[in-house]
Design a protein around this ligand. Structure first.
Ligand code: UGA
Length: 448
């Protein structure tokens, strides 16, 4: 099928390359001309595992091209995905300016088209947005009628940054919110032949008959919108829950990871997203939970649990600093911060606990030294006045204490020799690592 995708960020570009690799003819659209030029040369403008290789391949095969011209992209394709950002306003509500403008541009293409076309909202939007904000713009600007001249779907994404391409190609499920059958049937054709992930294979490695292709769930437009928020809110709540349990564990000298393993073996609970640590960050969980809180309030519903998910997380992010200042006055001390990205495998620092930790350390007068294998440039923009290093060895040398904030694999290579180069050999860990350091030199945020 001929597919256009508006927005070439962490969602649009992996989706575009993924669909091109499945045999679709893909046009990616972005207003950023530099990005479009880079893509057309096969250069990947974002940090995503496996994407540079696949992008180079599909661009050289001619199955993916990029353009700044939304109208033509829509005109010359059969289906359009809207995958632009929906940033958060100061009050926590979502800002629809970008998606509305993209929709207006797309409607221009629709106006000039005779054939049936389907619009798919992939951006994360609060329930009813597709029906009450996007669909009316499409009708007004194109002069056409939804359901007759064009179709509308809401197809939330469940892609994790860093592994977005893999998640796109092997989804747990595909949710198709649809205006009508014809819209949903058209979108379902795009996802023909998508497999569920390997974890869904049985213990002999065979795909069980229950898990052939990735399950497809057809829903109303507004249910699809809420499935996205409910999924992120539940995952975020699992993290805050295990962090609260972890804070109890810490008082009792219990290893929260033993507790999580024991709890997670119950198939009704599941072990995933029960890794306790310095809290969740990123561009999705904090923003989406806040947007859902705001939306619930607008509906007259008190989102008590969602508020606590955020509150627990806010405190968790700086708990390492509290634990450090319980042990020493950090004024004038060299404190090493290992890891700046909100999680390993990305250069993204949005809402990363490292930001709050550096803020708190600076307020207390510490001399902050930081290292991250990918995210240094991004953190420099926020915190230009701390010292950055090229490796953890340097960062640790002569430090009075070290805080481990992101679980990059390379931090498992920290040895006692490295710790001995510190002024005071103490590593406080905000993420659970797999190294052989002695207990007397390390302490976990929620484990002994
Ligand atoms: C998240 C969701 O996992 C995706 O399914 C969703 O599509 C995406 O948001 C989105 O809405 O676009 P992402 O933000 O990339 O993906 O990151 P995650 O891998 O989910 O991690 C989020 C944060 O939670 C990280 O700071 C991570 O360190 C933390 N985390 C995760 C924990 O503290 N404990 C865990 O057990 C898991």
């Amino acid at each position: 099928m001929r597919v256009s995708i508006i927005g070439t960020g962490y969602v649009g570009l992996p989706a575009g390359a993924g669909l091109a690799s499945k045999g679709h003819d893909v046009t990616c659209v972005d207003i950023d001309e530099d990005k479009v030029n880079a893509i057309n040369q096969g250069d990947c403008p974002i940090f995503e595992d496996g994407l540079p290789e696949l992008l180079e391949q599909v661009v050289s095969q001619g199955t993916l091209t990029a353009t700044t011209d939304t109208t033509n992209a829509v005109k010359n394709t059969d289906i359009t995905f809207l995958a632009v950002g929906t940033p958060m306003r100061d009050d926590g509500s979502i800002n629809l300016d970008i998606i509305k403008q993209a929709t207006r541009d797309a409607a221009e293409g629709l106006k000039e088209k005779d054939d049936y076309h389907v619009f798919v909202v992939k951006s994360t939007v609060v329930p009813t947005t597709t029906e009450t904000e996007i669909l009316p713009i499409l009708e007004q600007e194109s002069g056409k009628t939804a359901g007759a001249d064009f179709g509308v779907c809401m197809n939330p994404e469940f892609l994790r940054e860093g592994t977005a391409l893999h998640d796109f190609l092997e989804p747990d499920r595909i949710v198709i919110g649809e205006l009508d059958d014809r819209s949903g049937d058209t979108l379902e054709q795009v996802y023909n032949g998508f497999d569920a992930p390997d974890e869904l294979h049985d213990s002999d490695g065979h795909r069980s008959s229950a898990f052939g292709d990735a399950p497809i769930l057809r829903t109303s437009l507004r249910a699809a919108e809420l499935i996205k928020y409910a999924s992120n809110a539940l995952l975020a709540t699992k993290i805050s829950f295990i962090n609260e349990i972890g804070n109890i564990c810490k008082e009792l000298d219990i290893d929260v990871y033993e507790v999580a393993d024991g709890v997670g073996l119950d198939h009704r609970i599941d072990r995933s997203f029960l890794d306790s640590g310095a809290g969740f960050g990123g561009s999705c969980f904090p923003k989406d939970v806040r947007a859902l809180i705001h939306f619930a309030e607008e509906q007259g519903v008190e989102p008590a649990l969602l508020r606590q998910t955020i509150d627990v997380n806010v405190k968790q992010k700086t708990k390492l600093v509290d634990q450090l200042t319980d042990r020493m006055d950090v004024q004038g001390k060299k404190i090493a911060v290992l890891g700046l990205a909100f999680k390993p495998g990305t250069d993204d620092i949005r809402k990363s606990p490292a930001i709050n930790i550096i803020d708190a350390l600076k307020t207390k007068g510490a001399d902050v030294h930081a290292y991250d294998p990918a995210a240094e440039d991004n953190m420099r923009e926020l915190h230009p006045d701390i010292t950055y290093h090229d490796g953890f060895e340097d960062t640790l040398s002569d430090a009075d204490a070290a805080l481990l904030v992101t679980d990059w694999d390379e931090f498992n290579d920290i040895t006692l020799e490295h710790i001995r180069t510190m002024n005071q050999p103490l590593l406080l860990e905000g993420r659970r690592m797999d190294h052989d350091l002695p207990d007397e030199n390390t302490d976990g945020i929620t484990w002994p």
